[in-house]
Design a protein around this ligand. Structure first.
Ligand code: BT5
Length: 320
């Protein structure tokens, strides 16, 4: 236990005396008081009352010391912002001099970005974070970073909240057909090696999806589970799952690839893929490099490395 905030979080909802915190942290009561005052200055709502001590009012906070970290490298450095244009933009700027595993996180993004210059709505209540990576990897394998992140998020949604999340190729996490998370991997690379990569993860956590345009077909964790979640806990879980998956993709892709296929909502579907031109057909496979194998309506089997994909309604898997 290192900070008053971490201690108060553990006891969220109850009054905790300054004496108790001071003892647990091995510091003086006035040092505890100082920490609490500075937390309040940062906008964290903590009540204080004589004889009762301190009470953390809102436990859904994302300050670095609140995040439940069990990782060995990822998130050891967390750069936190109340508001930022985009965590990916910031992470790309910082990456060259940052240590691998640095995480950039913000409560609100004012210019959150999706792929192909699209924008990503990032109101307060979501999880908007980016992870800086320095993988010893050929740029052609970069889609594996998105693969690992997708598996980490989908499995975490499932294991913590019982949400049956699936992966829509190439970078969405869906519940049913509704988007709960989008992933944006960007990198700087030479022809044969990646200098650094940034994996951006946007999750509609405690967000009301009815505030978004209907045609986005969005959902959120709070909508799915019917209550607000504690985001600090979920961020810790995703970072742990991602660290494990990331550790595997460099040497043995098989386990992550298998889980990615099992979680795919695109495999077997009739889709329209836009990658330059539009192609309609049936998805007959997913490959270890992250590509999609499409049996076109003309009968050819083609491989698509990147693009936008729309799931079409008729789901005829008989011809597989
Ligand atoms: C993505 O793009 O899905 C990648 C989104 C990545 C966002 C994270 S947040 C942290 C990090 N920092 C950033 O600046 N970005 C990353 P794409 O597949 O292009 O989907 C974008 C489309 O999703 C938009 O055109 C909208 O239709 C829809 N959309 C936008 N905001 C959304 C939201 N919050 N929830 C669901 N759908 C959304």
């Amino acid at each position: 236990m290192q900070t008053a905030l971490a201690y108060l979080l553990e006891r969220a909802g109850s009054w905790v005396s300054g004496e108790e915190i001071a003892q647990a942290l091995g510091i003086s009561r006035s040092a505890v008081h100082k920490q609490v005052m500075s937390l309040r200055d940062r906008g964290i709502r903590i009540d204080a009352a004589p004889r009762k001590g301190y009470l953390l009012i809102d436990d859904d906070i994302l300050e670095p010391e609140a995040i439940s970290l069990n990782t060995s490298r990822l998130g050891r450095s967390i750069v936190f912002f109340q508001e930022l244009r985009s965590t990916n933009e910031m992470a790309m700027t910082m990456a060259a001099s940052a240590v691998e595993g640095t995480v950039v996180i913000a409560y609100v993004q004012t210019a959150g970005r999706g792929r192909l210059a699209r924008s990503w709505a990032s109101p307060s209540g979501g999880i908007w974070l980016s992870i800086i990576l320095k993988p010893d990897m050929h740029p052609a394998f970069a889609p594996r970073l998105t693969m690992a992140a997708s598996v980490a998020v989908a499995e975490s949604l499932n294991s913590i909240y019982g949400i049956e999340a699936k992966i829509k190729w190439p970078n969405d996490i869906l519940v049913g057909e509704k988007k709960i998370c989008g992933i944006l991997t960007e990198m700087q690379a030479e022809t044969d090696r990646i200098d650094f990569a940034v994996v951006g993860i946007g999750i509609n956590a405690n967000v009301d999806p009815s505030a978004f345009p209907e045609n986005w077909n969005a959902t959120s964790i709070s909508k799915e589970v019917g209550r607000r979640i504690r985001r600090s806990e979920f961020v810790g879980k995703i970072l742990l799952e991602f660290e494990q998956a990331y550790g595997m993709i460099g040497r043995d892709i098989e386990s992550v690839y298998r889980r990615w296929c099992d979680l795919s909502s695109t495999l077997g579907r009739r889709v329209r893929v836009t990658s330059g031109a539009d192609t309609t057909g049936q998805v007959v496979g997913l490959d270890r490099d992250g590509s999609l194998m499409l049996k076109t309506d003309g009968g050819d089997i083609i491989r698509i490395l990147a693009g936008d994909c729309i799931h079409l309604r008729i789901n005829d898997i008989e011809s597989l």
